[in-house]
Design a protein around this ligand. Sequence first.
Ligand SMILES: [Zn+2]
Length: 471
Amino acid sequence: MRRNCTLFIMICLACLMVVQPALGARSSEDGDVNKKHHAVKKKHKSGTVKNATGTKSTRAKTARKSSGKKPMVAEKHKTAPLPPKSVPAAAGTGVVSDMRYWSNPDYTRIAVSVDREVQFEYHQLPAIREASVPPRLYVDIKGARLVPGVKDIHIGDGLLKTARIAQYRADTVRVVLDMESIKDYKIFAFSDPFRIIIDVKGERREELTKPSQPVLAPLVLTPPVAKPEPVAKHEPVVLKKHPKQTIGKVRRIVVDPGHGGHDPGALGAGGTKEKDVVLQIGLKLARLLRDDLGVDVVMTRSTDEFIELQERTAIANKVGADLFVSIHANAALNRNVSGIETYYLNLAKTEKAAQLAAKENGTSLEKVSVLQAVLFDLMANYKLNDSAQLADDVQKAVYRKVGSQYTGVKNLGVKQGPFYVLVGATMPSILVETAFLSNEKEEGRLTDEQYQNATASGILEGVRLYVSRLK
Ligand SMILES: [Zn+2]
Protein backbone atom coordinates (compact mmCIF):
# COMPACT_ATOMS: atom_id res chain seq x y z
CA MET A 1 0.00 0.00 0.00
CA ARG A 2 1.54 3.22 -1.07
CA ARG A 3 -0.10 5.20 1.68
CA ASN A 4 2.07 3.35 4.12
CA CYS A 5 5.04 2.35 2.11
CA THR A 6 5.81 5.64 0.51
CA LEU A 7 6.10 7.74 3.56
CA PHE A 8 6.22 11.39 2.95
CA ILE A 9 9.41 13.26 3.54
CA MET A 10 9.13 16.20 5.82
CA ILE A 11 11.38 18.60 4.15
CA CYS A 12 12.05 22.13 3.63
CA LEU A 13 15.43 22.82 2.20
CA ALA A 14 16.31 26.44 2.32
CA CYS A 15 19.62 27.82 1.39
CA LEU A 16 20.07 30.77 3.62
CA MET A 17 23.35 32.50 3.74
CA VAL A 18 23.51 33.16 7.37
CA VAL A 19 26.23 34.85 9.24
CA GLN A 20 26.42 33.17 12.55
CA PRO A 21 28.45 35.26 14.94
CA ALA A 22 27.57 33.01 17.81
CA LEU A 23 29.08 30.10 15.99
CA GLY A 24 32.09 31.88 14.66
CA ALA A 25 34.51 30.01 16.80
CA ARG A 26 35.48 26.62 15.64
CA SER A 27 35.68 25.20 19.11
CA SER A 28 32.15 26.19 19.82
CA GLU A 29 31.02 24.99 16.44
CA ASP A 30 32.04 21.52 17.21
CA GLY A 31 30.85 21.81 20.72
CA ASP A 32 31.53 18.85 22.87
CA VAL A 33 32.45 16.91 19.86
CA ASN A 34 35.88 18.35 19.49
CA LYS A 35 37.34 21.01 21.63
CA LYS A 36 40.98 20.92 20.90
CA HIS A 37 41.17 23.49 18.13
CA HIS A 38 41.36 27.14 18.82
CA ALA A 39 38.82 29.59 17.72
CA VAL A 40 39.10 31.05 14.29
CA LYS A 41 36.90 34.01 13.75
CA LYS A 42 35.44 33.47 10.39
CA LYS A 43 32.13 34.07 8.83
CA HIS A 44 30.69 31.05 7.21
CA LYS A 45 27.69 30.10 5.27
CA SER A 46 25.03 27.90 6.51
CA GLY A 47 21.75 26.46 5.47
CA THR A 48 18.74 25.82 7.54
CA VAL A 49 16.51 22.86 7.30
CA LYS A 50 13.26 23.33 9.00
CA ASN A 51 10.97 20.63 10.02
CA ALA A 52 8.90 20.56 6.95
CA THR A 53 5.69 22.22 7.33
CA GLY A 54 6.37 23.61 3.96
CA THR A 55 6.90 27.18 4.93
CA LYS A 56 9.85 27.59 2.67
CA SER A 57 10.24 25.34 -0.27
CA THR A 58 13.22 27.04 -1.73
CA ARG A 59 15.42 24.29 -2.90
CA ALA A 60 18.87 24.24 -1.52
CA LYS A 61 21.14 24.15 -4.44
CA THR A 62 23.96 24.87 -2.06
CA ALA A 63 27.18 23.39 -3.20
CA ARG A 64 25.91 21.87 -6.39
CA LYS A 65 27.51 24.36 -8.66
CA SER A 66 30.48 25.11 -6.52
CA SER A 67 32.48 22.15 -7.56
CA GLY A 68 35.78 23.93 -7.89
CA LYS A 69 38.55 23.90 -5.41
CA LYS A 70 36.29 24.74 -2.55
CA PRO A 71 33.75 22.03 -2.77
CA MET A 72 31.75 22.92 0.26
CA VAL A 73 31.21 26.59 -0.25
CA ALA A 74 27.61 27.32 -0.94
CA GLU A 75 27.16 30.42 -2.96
CA LYS A 76 23.78 30.92 -4.37
CA HIS A 77 21.56 33.57 -3.07
CA LYS A 78 22.60 37.11 -3.37
CA THR A 79 20.14 38.18 -0.78
CA ALA A 80 21.20 39.84 2.41
CA PRO A 81 22.23 37.49 5.17
CA LEU A 82 19.38 36.49 7.38
CA PRO A 83 19.56 35.91 11.08
CA PRO A 84 19.20 32.34 12.23
CA LYS A 85 15.65 31.22 12.50
CA SER A 86 14.42 30.86 16.01
CA VAL A 87 13.30 27.39 16.81
CA PRO A 88 10.18 27.10 18.90
CA ALA A 89 10.48 24.84 21.88
CA ALA A 90 9.21 21.40 21.12
CA ALA A 91 6.42 19.93 23.15
CA GLY A 92 8.73 17.17 24.21
CA THR A 93 12.31 16.21 23.84
CA GLY A 94 13.35 14.02 20.95
CA VAL A 95 15.55 11.10 21.80
CA VAL A 96 18.44 10.47 19.41
CA SER A 97 18.99 6.75 19.59
CA ASP A 98 21.08 5.79 16.62
CA MET A 99 23.47 6.98 13.94
CA ARG A 100 24.35 4.75 11.01
CA TYR A 101 25.89 5.06 7.61
CA TRP A 102 26.02 3.36 4.25
CA SER A 103 28.75 3.77 1.69
CA ASN A 104 27.35 3.45 -1.80
CA PRO A 105 29.20 3.71 -5.08
CA ASP A 106 27.89 7.18 -5.74
CA TYR A 107 27.24 8.60 -2.33
CA THR A 108 27.47 8.06 1.40
CA ARG A 109 24.38 8.22 3.54
CA ILE A 110 24.19 9.02 7.23
CA ALA A 111 20.94 8.35 9.06
CA VAL A 112 20.23 9.69 12.52
CA SER A 113 17.20 8.21 14.26
CA VAL A 114 15.07 10.39 16.52
CA ASP A 115 11.97 9.14 18.26
CA ARG A 116 9.86 12.10 17.19
CA GLU A 117 9.83 14.87 14.64
CA VAL A 118 12.31 17.54 15.56
CA GLN A 119 13.72 20.61 13.93
CA PHE A 120 17.25 20.73 12.74
CA GLU A 121 19.68 23.11 11.13
CA TYR A 122 22.78 22.43 9.15
CA HIS A 123 25.88 24.49 8.70
CA GLN A 124 29.06 24.03 6.79
CA LEU A 125 32.52 25.06 7.78
CA PRO A 126 35.61 25.46 5.65
CA ALA A 127 38.85 23.66 6.32
CA ILE A 128 41.36 25.21 8.66
CA ARG A 129 44.57 24.34 6.93
CA GLU A 130 46.92 25.60 9.58
CA ALA A 131 45.31 23.33 12.11
CA SER A 132 44.83 20.42 9.67
CA VAL A 133 41.11 20.57 10.25
CA PRO A 134 39.09 19.27 7.31
CA PRO A 135 35.95 20.98 6.03
CA ARG A 136 32.98 20.01 8.10
CA LEU A 137 29.27 19.79 7.82
CA TYR A 138 27.26 19.77 10.99
CA VAL A 139 23.66 19.33 11.88
CA ASP A 140 22.11 20.68 15.06
CA ILE A 141 19.13 18.68 16.19
CA LYS A 142 16.98 20.93 18.35
CA GLY A 143 15.05 19.82 21.38
CA ALA A 144 16.91 16.55 21.47
CA ARG A 145 18.75 14.34 23.88
CA LEU A 146 21.42 11.84 22.93
CA VAL A 147 21.14 8.34 24.29
CA PRO A 148 24.40 7.28 25.94
CA GLY A 149 26.21 4.74 23.85
CA VAL A 150 25.64 6.33 20.46
CA LYS A 151 29.19 6.56 19.27
CA ASP A 152 31.24 8.43 16.74
CA ILE A 153 31.80 6.48 13.54
CA HIS A 154 35.03 6.24 11.63
CA ILE A 155 34.06 6.10 7.97
CA GLY A 156 37.14 6.77 5.84
CA ASP A 157 35.44 5.90 2.55
CA GLY A 158 36.98 8.68 0.54
CA LEU A 159 34.02 10.99 1.01
CA LEU A 160 33.80 11.25 4.77
CA LYS A 161 36.44 10.73 7.39
CA THR A 162 34.27 10.53 10.47
CA ALA A 163 30.80 11.19 11.77
CA ARG A 164 30.80 12.53 15.30
CA ILE A 165 27.83 13.00 17.56
CA ALA A 166 27.45 14.66 20.95
CA GLN A 167 25.10 16.50 23.25
CA TYR A 168 26.15 20.01 22.28
CA ARG A 169 23.82 21.92 24.51
CA ALA A 170 21.25 20.78 27.02
CA ASP A 171 18.65 20.74 24.28
CA THR A 172 20.76 20.26 21.18
CA VAL A 173 22.44 17.20 19.72
CA ARG A 174 25.11 17.95 17.17
CA VAL A 175 26.33 15.71 14.39
CA VAL A 176 29.59 16.72 12.76
CA LEU A 177 30.83 15.18 9.52
CA ASP A 178 34.52 15.54 8.79
CA MET A 179 34.70 15.62 5.04
CA GLU A 180 37.29 14.26 2.75
CA SER A 181 36.05 15.02 -0.74
CA ILE A 182 32.54 16.28 -1.04
CA LYS A 183 30.96 18.08 -3.94
CA ASP A 184 27.36 18.07 -2.96
CA TYR A 185 25.08 17.05 -0.19
CA LYS A 186 21.43 16.81 0.68
CA ILE A 187 19.85 16.84 4.08
CA PHE A 188 16.27 15.80 4.55
CA ALA A 189 14.08 13.72 6.82
CA PHE A 190 12.10 10.56 6.55
CA SER A 191 9.15 10.17 8.83
CA ASP A 192 7.60 7.27 10.64
CA PRO A 193 10.03 6.61 12.16
CA PHE A 194 11.66 10.00 11.98
CA ARG A 195 15.21 9.95 10.62
CA ILE A 196 17.44 12.76 9.51
CA ILE A 197 19.21 11.69 6.36
CA ILE A 198 22.45 13.24 5.14
CA ASP A 199 23.55 12.18 1.67
CA VAL A 200 26.95 13.35 0.51
CA LYS A 201 28.35 13.02 -2.97
CA GLY A 202 31.77 13.56 -4.42
CA GLU A 203 34.76 11.83 -5.92
CA ARG A 204 36.35 9.25 -3.75
CA ARG A 205 40.03 9.57 -3.28
CA GLU A 206 40.39 5.92 -2.61
CA GLU A 207 38.69 2.83 -3.83
CA LEU A 208 36.06 1.50 -1.56
CA THR A 209 37.57 -1.70 -0.35
CA LYS A 210 35.75 -2.50 2.80
CA PRO A 211 32.12 -2.51 3.62
CA SER A 212 30.71 0.07 5.91
CA GLN A 213 28.15 -0.85 8.43
CA PRO A 214 26.71 -4.24 7.65
CA VAL A 215 23.41 -4.16 5.91
CA LEU A 216 20.82 -6.63 7.00
CA ALA A 217 21.94 -10.07 6.07
CA PRO A 218 19.92 -10.51 2.91
CA LEU A 219 18.81 -13.86 1.65
CA VAL A 220 20.88 -14.60 -1.39
CA LEU A 221 19.86 -17.23 -3.88
CA THR A 222 22.60 -18.11 -6.30
CA PRO A 223 21.94 -20.07 -9.45
CA PRO A 224 23.05 -23.68 -9.35
CA VAL A 225 24.90 -23.60 -12.66
CA ALA A 226 26.71 -20.33 -12.80
CA LYS A 227 29.04 -19.58 -9.94
CA PRO A 228 29.06 -15.88 -9.34
CA GLU A 229 30.88 -14.60 -6.34
CA PRO A 230 29.00 -15.65 -3.27
CA VAL A 231 27.56 -13.14 -0.90
CA ALA A 232 28.08 -14.53 2.54
CA LYS A 233 25.16 -14.60 4.86
CA HIS A 234 25.42 -12.68 8.09
CA GLU A 235 28.44 -10.86 6.83
CA PRO A 236 28.58 -7.49 5.25
CA VAL A 237 28.60 -7.64 1.51
CA VAL A 238 31.83 -6.43 -0.02
CA LEU A 239 31.14 -3.73 -2.48
CA LYS A 240 33.19 -3.38 -5.60
CA LYS A 241 32.98 -0.28 -7.59
CA HIS A 242 32.00 -1.12 -11.10
CA PRO A 243 33.95 0.70 -13.75
CA LYS A 244 30.70 1.16 -15.61
CA GLN A 245 27.19 -0.10 -15.45
CA THR A 246 26.78 -3.42 -17.17
CA ILE A 247 23.63 -2.60 -19.00
CA GLY A 248 23.84 -5.61 -21.29
CA LYS A 249 23.93 -8.14 -18.54
CA VAL A 250 21.69 -8.54 -15.57
CA ARG A 251 23.44 -10.66 -13.02
CA ARG A 252 21.85 -9.76 -9.75
CA ILE A 253 18.28 -8.83 -8.95
CA VAL A 254 16.91 -7.59 -5.65
CA VAL A 255 13.42 -8.74 -4.75
CA ASP A 256 11.82 -6.53 -2.13
CA PRO A 257 8.63 -7.76 -0.47
CA GLY A 258 7.05 -4.63 1.00
CA HIS A 259 6.41 -3.94 4.67
CA GLY A 260 7.03 -6.65 7.30
CA GLY A 261 7.31 -6.94 11.05
CA HIS A 262 5.25 -4.33 12.85
CA ASP A 263 4.23 -2.83 9.51
CA PRO A 264 1.50 -5.04 8.03
CA GLY A 265 0.87 -2.83 4.99
CA ALA A 266 -2.63 -2.99 3.60
CA LEU A 267 -5.22 -5.10 5.38
CA GLY A 268 -7.97 -7.04 3.69
CA ALA A 269 -11.46 -7.29 5.15
CA GLY A 270 -10.85 -10.99 5.59
CA GLY A 271 -7.78 -10.33 7.72
CA THR A 272 -5.13 -10.80 5.05
CA LYS A 273 -2.03 -8.74 5.58
CA GLU A 274 -0.13 -7.26 2.69
CA LYS A 275 3.22 -8.11 4.30
CA ASP A 276 2.38 -11.82 4.25
CA VAL A 277 1.13 -12.20 0.70
CA VAL A 278 3.88 -10.07 -0.82
CA LEU A 279 6.49 -12.14 1.01
CA GLN A 280 4.98 -15.32 -0.41
CA ILE A 281 4.97 -13.88 -3.90
CA GLY A 282 8.49 -12.54 -3.42
CA LEU A 283 9.86 -15.92 -2.36
CA LYS A 284 8.27 -17.56 -5.39
CA LEU A 285 9.64 -14.87 -7.66
CA ALA A 286 13.14 -15.20 -6.20
CA ARG A 287 13.20 -18.93 -6.96
CA LEU A 288 11.89 -18.41 -10.48
CA LEU A 289 14.42 -15.71 -11.27
CA ARG A 290 17.25 -17.86 -10.00
CA ASP A 291 16.18 -21.07 -11.68
CA ASP A 292 14.84 -19.74 -14.97
CA LEU A 293 17.02 -16.70 -15.51
CA GLY A 294 20.17 -17.94 -13.81
CA VAL A 295 20.77 -14.75 -11.89
CA ASP A 296 21.67 -14.05 -8.30
CA VAL A 297 18.70 -12.98 -6.29
CA VAL A 298 18.97 -10.97 -3.11
CA MET A 299 15.89 -10.54 -0.97
CA THR A 300 15.62 -7.49 1.24
CA ARG A 301 13.66 -9.71 3.58
CA SER A 302 12.82 -13.38 3.47
CA THR A 303 11.03 -13.47 6.79
CA ASP A 304 8.47 -11.38 8.61
CA GLU A 305 10.76 -8.56 9.64
CA PHE A 306 10.57 -4.81 9.43
CA ILE A 307 13.06 -3.01 7.23
CA GLU A 308 13.18 0.72 6.82
CA LEU A 309 12.54 2.00 3.35
CA GLN A 310 15.94 3.56 2.86
CA GLU A 311 17.61 0.35 3.93
CA ARG A 312 15.94 -1.56 1.13
CA THR A 313 17.53 0.44 -1.64
CA ALA A 314 20.75 0.59 0.36
CA ILE A 315 20.84 -3.21 0.20
CA ALA A 316 20.30 -3.10 -3.55
CA ASN A 317 23.04 -0.55 -4.04
CA LYS A 318 25.39 -2.37 -1.74
CA VAL A 319 25.15 -5.74 -3.44
CA GLY A 320 25.54 -4.13 -6.84
CA ALA A 321 22.12 -5.21 -8.02
CA ASP A 322 21.19 -4.66 -11.65
CA LEU A 323 17.44 -4.52 -11.05
CA PHE A 324 15.21 -3.77 -8.08
CA VAL A 325 11.67 -5.14 -7.86
CA SER A 326 9.46 -4.13 -4.94
CA ILE A 327 6.28 -6.15 -4.46
CA HIS A 328 3.13 -4.74 -2.91
CA ALA A 329 -0.61 -5.22 -2.69
CA ASN A 330 -2.91 -2.31 -3.23
CA ALA A 331 -5.80 -0.87 -1.26
CA ALA A 332 -8.50 1.65 -2.05
CA LEU A 333 -11.43 3.09 -0.17
CA ASN A 334 -13.69 1.98 -2.98
CA ARG A 335 -13.89 -1.76 -2.55
CA ASN A 336 -14.89 -2.26 -6.14
CA VAL A 337 -11.52 -1.07 -7.37
CA SER A 338 -9.30 -3.88 -8.58
CA GLY A 339 -6.44 -4.58 -10.92
CA ILE A 340 -2.70 -4.66 -11.45
CA GLU A 341 -0.46 -1.62 -11.75
CA THR A 342 3.26 -1.03 -11.86
CA TYR A 343 5.06 2.10 -10.77
CA TYR A 344 8.41 3.66 -11.30
CA LEU A 345 9.90 6.65 -9.61
CA ASN A 346 9.38 9.97 -11.28
CA LEU A 347 8.18 13.45 -10.67
CA ALA A 348 4.54 14.15 -11.13
CA LYS A 349 4.59 16.48 -14.09
CA THR A 350 1.14 17.95 -13.91
CA GLU A 351 -1.02 19.37 -11.17
CA LYS A 352 -3.33 16.44 -11.59
CA ALA A 353 -0.50 13.97 -11.23
CA ALA A 354 0.79 15.79 -8.16
CA GLN A 355 -2.66 15.62 -6.61
CA LEU A 356 -2.74 11.94 -7.34
CA ALA A 357 0.67 11.46 -5.73
CA ALA A 358 -0.46 13.41 -2.70
CA LYS A 359 -3.51 11.23 -2.38
CA GLU A 360 -1.52 8.05 -2.88
CA ASN A 361 1.10 9.08 -0.37
CA GLY A 362 -1.48 10.12 2.14
CA THR A 363 0.10 13.53 2.28
CA SER A 364 -0.64 17.07 1.25
CA LEU A 365 -0.09 18.60 -2.14
CA GLU A 366 2.26 21.08 -0.54
CA LYS A 367 4.43 18.31 0.84
CA VAL A 368 4.47 16.57 -2.49
CA SER A 369 5.78 19.70 -4.17
CA VAL A 370 8.48 20.05 -1.55
CA LEU A 371 9.35 16.41 -2.03
CA GLN A 372 9.52 16.82 -5.77
CA ALA A 373 12.10 19.55 -5.45
CA VAL A 374 14.35 17.26 -3.47
CA LEU A 375 13.57 14.26 -5.61
CA PHE A 376 14.92 16.08 -8.60
CA ASP A 377 18.35 16.03 -7.04
CA LEU A 378 18.08 12.60 -5.55
CA MET A 379 17.21 11.21 -8.94
CA ALA A 380 20.44 12.31 -10.56
CA ASN A 381 21.64 8.74 -10.85
CA TYR A 382 18.29 7.15 -11.31
CA LYS A 383 17.71 5.10 -14.43
CA LEU A 384 14.52 6.74 -15.51
CA ASN A 385 14.06 5.36 -19.00
CA ASP A 386 15.22 1.90 -18.03
CA SER A 387 12.83 1.86 -15.10
CA ALA A 388 9.97 2.92 -17.33
CA GLN A 389 10.80 0.14 -19.78
CA LEU A 390 11.09 -2.44 -17.01
CA ALA A 391 7.77 -1.29 -15.56
CA ASP A 392 6.13 -1.57 -18.96
CA ASP A 393 7.49 -5.06 -19.64
CA VAL A 394 6.52 -6.34 -16.19
CA GLN A 395 3.08 -4.76 -16.17
CA LYS A 396 2.17 -6.27 -19.53
CA ALA A 397 3.56 -9.68 -18.67
CA VAL A 398 1.82 -9.91 -15.30
CA TYR A 399 -1.47 -8.82 -16.81
CA ARG A 400 -1.07 -11.33 -19.64
CA LYS A 401 -0.23 -14.17 -17.26
CA VAL A 402 -2.83 -13.50 -14.59
CA GLY A 403 -5.47 -12.41 -17.08
CA SER A 404 -5.16 -15.68 -18.96
CA GLN A 405 -5.91 -17.68 -15.83
CA TYR A 406 -8.46 -15.52 -14.03
CA THR A 407 -11.52 -13.61 -15.07
CA GLY A 408 -12.13 -9.90 -14.70
CA VAL A 409 -8.49 -8.94 -14.21
CA LYS A 410 -7.90 -5.25 -14.88
CA ASN A 411 -4.81 -3.72 -16.40
CA LEU A 412 -4.33 -0.40 -14.63
CA GLY A 413 -1.13 0.24 -16.52
CA VAL A 414 2.22 1.81 -15.73
CA LYS A 415 2.26 4.85 -13.51
CA GLN A 416 4.84 7.10 -11.98
CA GLY A 417 5.16 8.81 -8.68
CA PRO A 418 7.44 9.71 -5.79
CA PHE A 419 7.87 6.43 -4.00
CA TYR A 420 10.27 6.48 -1.14
CA VAL A 421 11.22 2.86 -1.43
CA LEU A 422 12.64 3.64 -4.86
CA VAL A 423 14.46 6.82 -3.88
CA GLY A 424 18.20 6.26 -3.88
CA ALA A 425 18.19 3.18 -6.09
CA THR A 426 20.90 3.46 -8.70
CA MET A 427 19.59 0.66 -10.88
CA PRO A 428 16.31 0.31 -12.81
CA SER A 429 13.68 -0.14 -10.14
CA ILE A 430 9.95 -0.70 -10.05
CA LEU A 431 7.13 -1.25 -7.61
CA VAL A 432 4.49 -3.79 -8.56
CA GLU A 433 1.03 -3.48 -7.03
CA THR A 434 -0.08 -7.03 -7.57
CA ALA A 435 -3.79 -6.71 -6.72
CA PHE A 436 -6.16 -4.94 -4.33
CA LEU A 437 -6.48 -6.37 -0.83
CA SER A 438 -9.43 -4.03 -0.35
CA ASN A 439 -11.30 -5.93 -3.02
CA GLU A 440 -12.89 -9.07 -1.69
CA LYS A 441 -12.31 -11.18 -4.76
CA GLU A 442 -8.70 -10.10 -5.12
CA GLU A 443 -8.02 -10.60 -1.43
CA GLY A 444 -9.06 -14.20 -1.86
CA ARG A 445 -6.84 -14.56 -4.90
CA LEU A 446 -3.81 -13.03 -3.18
CA THR A 447 -3.89 -15.73 -0.54
CA ASP A 448 -4.19 -18.43 -3.18
CA GLU A 449 -0.96 -20.15 -4.08
CA GLN A 450 -1.89 -20.55 -7.71
CA TYR A 451 -2.55 -16.83 -8.03
CA GLN A 452 0.71 -16.04 -6.28
CA ASN A 453 2.52 -18.34 -8.72
CA ALA A 454 0.84 -16.68 -11.69
CA THR A 455 1.86 -13.25 -10.44
CA ALA A 456 5.44 -14.32 -9.75
CA SER A 457 5.81 -15.97 -13.12
CA GLY A 458 4.29 -12.89 -14.78
CA ILE A 459 6.95 -10.72 -13.17
CA LEU A 460 9.59 -13.24 -14.25
CA GLU A 461 8.41 -13.03 -17.86
CA GLY A 462 8.48 -9.26 -17.75
CA VAL A 463 12.01 -9.25 -16.39
CA ARG A 464 13.04 -11.82 -18.98
CA LEU A 465 11.70 -9.63 -21.76
CA TYR A 466 13.44 -6.60 -20.34
CA VAL A 467 16.75 -8.44 -20.06
CA SER A 468 16.43 -9.79 -23.59
CA ARG A 469 16.16 -6.24 -24.90
CA LEU A 470 19.55 -5.46 -23.44
CA LYS A 471 21.35 -8.04 -25.51
ZN1 LIG B 1 2.65 -1.61 0.14
